[in-house]
Design a protein around this ligand. Structure first.
Ligand code: ARG
Length: 469
């Protein structure tokens, strides 16, 4: 075909210059790995400082290179990173610009390293920051949860199992459940961070190097606890990225569950919460609508974050040692997950901090659905020494009677109750209110308002918050 001379006639239609153009495009990671430029500059500066200190390059060249790297960084900062596919990635882009700025001395920077240990180092530094960001964001979410939980330690709402009214709980208790989950997420990020904080720099292409480098020095300069111990592992390990994604995926599941609570609570039949306007949207056709879009997107994003984890797991599966180009595909899922997670954390923090909880509606709902039936059974066990299974049965009859009359348990007369079991007396009414029900659940970690207040105080101390006087 004359109009398409350079490309393959069978399948090259969209490529201007034939297979080499395909190679150039599939090979280029600069469109996404330019996000690593800060880490790339920092790692190169640590490397060249070490090369100078070890006498591998002259002090003069080392200074020239370090200075040139600062200039490149300033250009990136001001104008962004140029995207030239011929330069493939951030490493070659930076080195080529350095050469333009300082001349042949730039060629000494790559002594005793390879892009394989370079990218492993840069990416670790990036993921380490992402872990720190997540940790920080989650702490803010915990602060919001604890403060709303403190406000509502005694606000009664229905607790659910199977999304059916089960027993009364307090809103503070419910919110503190998420404080616990987020605490585990934080510890997962912290744990992953401490495991990954070793420097692969100096592993070179795969086997180490014959130059007298000091890997401890570069590790320290980059804030690592020390160098990694096996050069093959150093350039082919992406556990750190997977650890991050696993922690992110687990965290996103928690955020999705919290988002789902808000979505349910905000629906009109529930009416437990009024979402902040700032995190809701209207409908283009139904003027009355206020949609929980932010919460729905948090729920949706968790699917994408899990997808990112799956993508990288499958990329890594079955790769022989050491580096293979497949591993260039490690970055997009991590970058995507990190930005989705950051947004999700921020959205849920805002939601928790600013939602208006409609405690009257929650309280009314807790009165419905015979939520204190277990309290009647417990009372029979305690006051009348009836075995729990029998008490459960007696209570079932009481619920059935109340239900047939469309009234609450504590609206049954004492005659009605005695008709069901003669051992019941009117002290029972004290146990049947929702207040009595929650107050009774004072076992460690239970929903009793005093227990919730105790846990909130511990949480505030753990978060380093000043005690509100
Ligand atoms: N852009 C590459 C990556 O992200 C850098 C490492 C390339 N190494 C190589 N031997 N081709 O994985």
């Amino acid at each position: 075909m004359s109009d398409n001379s350079g490309s393959n006639q069978m399948w090259g239609g969209r490529f201007a210059g034939g297979p080499s153009a395909i190679m150039r495009e599939i090979n280029a990671s600069i469109p996404f790995d330019k996000a690593l430029w800060r880490q790339d500059i920092a790692a190169s500066k640590a490397h060249v400082d070490m090369l100078g200190a070890q006498g591998i390059v002259s002090g003069e060249d080392a200074a020239l290179i370090a200075d040139g790297l600062d200039k490149v960084a300033a250009e990136y900062e001001a104008n962004g990173v140029p995207e030239n596919w011929d330069l493939e990635d951030i490493h070659m882009t930076t080195e080529s610009r350095l050469a333009e700025l300082i001349g042949p001395a730039a060629g000494r920077l790559h002594t005793a390293r390879s892009r394989n240990d370079q990218v492993a180092t840069d990416f670790r530094l990036w993921v380490r920051d992402a872990m720190d960001q997540a940790e920080l964001g989650l702490r803010q979410l915990q602060v919001a949860l604890v403060s709303r939980a403190g406000e509502h330690a005694g606000s009664i709402m229905p607790g659910f199992t199977h999304l059916q009214t089960a027993q009364p709980v307090t809103l503070g208790h419910h919110l503190m459940a998420y404080y616990e989950m987020i605490g585990r997420d934080r510890s997962r990020f912290a744990d992953a961070r401490s495991r990954m904080n070793r420097s692969p720099l100096g592993a070179a292409a795969l086997a180490g190097t014959g130059f007298p480098i000091d890997r401890f020095r570069t590790a320290e300069a980059l804030g690592f606890d020390g160098p990694t111990d096996n050069s093959l592992d150093s350039v082919s390990d992406r556990d750190f990225a997977l650890d991050y994604l696993m922690a992110a995926a687990q965290c996103s599941l928690h955020l999705s569950r919290l988002a789902e609570e808000f979505i349910i609570w905000a629906s009109q039949p529930f009416g437990f919460v009024t979402l902040p306007d700032s995190l809701s949207t209207g409908s283009s056709i139904m003027p009355q609508k206020k949609n929980p879009d932010a919460a729905e997107l948090v729920r949706g994003h968790s699917g994408r974050i899990v997808g990112c984890l799956t993508a990288l797991m499958i990329t890594m599966k079955g790769l022989p040692l050491a580096y293979s180009k497949d591993m260039q595909d490690d970055k997009p899922p991590v970058f995507e997950a990190a930005s989705l997670l950051a947004l999700s954390i921020a959205a849920m923090t805002g939601m928790v901090a600013e939602a208006k909880f409609r405690t009257d509606r929650m309280r009314a709902a807790a009165e419905l659905g015979y939520a204190t039936a277990t309290d009647l059974a417990d009372w029979l066990v305690r006051q009348a020494n009836i075995p729990f299974r029998e008490a459960h049965h007696i209570t079932g009859s009481a619920v059935k009677l109340a239900e047939s009359r469309g009234i609450a348990l504590d609206q049954l007369s004492i005659e009605d109750l005695k008709g069901i079991d003669a051992r019941i007396d009117d002290r029972v009414y004290a146990a049947l209110s929702v207040e009595a029900s929650v107050a009774a659940r004072c076992s460690h970690g239970g929903t009793a308002p005093d227990e919730v207040r105790k846990r909130v105080a511990q949480a505030r101390a753990a978060l380093g918050l000043e005690e509100s006087a």
